[in-house]
Design a protein around this ligand. Sequence first.
Ligand code: ZN
Length: 159
Amino acid sequence: MVFLYETRYFYGCWHFYEVRYFYVAGFYGISKMIMRGRLSGVQRMRLGKLLDMLYKPSELAEEIGFSYRQVSRVYILLGCPFVQQNGFIFINGRAFADWYEMTYPRQTLKSDEVFCLTCRKAVKIISYDTKKVGRLSYLVCSCSVCGRKISRIIDKEKR
Ligand SMILES: [Zn+2]
C-alpha cells in the first residue's frame, strides 16, 4: 500500500490530499467508502450552485441543507479546505464542492451488484424478483451477506 500526500493552493485555500493506491491483488482491492457526511441526491445537486466565494459554515450548511455542526465535526476533520480569518472559519463554495466530489466518489455498481446500506458496500445479486411501478422497473433481492432486503431501479421507460 502506498500513501501519497499532496498539497495544493487554489481558490484561496490550501488543499491536503491523501491519495491512496491499493495493490489490485490481496486484501486491499477495495478502499473503504466514507459514509459519514455523505450527502443525499438532492443535497449533492445543490453543490452545483455554490459560488467561488467564502461562506461561513452556517451559510454553507443552509445552502446545502445539513447542520452547521456537520462542517466542523465531519468535513473539517476529513480535510475539507477552509481559511481562518480573525479566528473564524470560512469555506470557499467551489472548493468545497470539488473537495466533496473527490472525497465521496459516486458509487459505481456493476450490473450484477446492488449497494447494501447495512454492509455499506456493493454486494453480488444472487437471486431477485422484478417489480414494476408505473414506468419504473426495479429488482428486489436480499443482500447475500446480511440478508437485508434491497431494491434497485433497473429500467426507466421513456415517455
Ligand atoms: Zn448487507
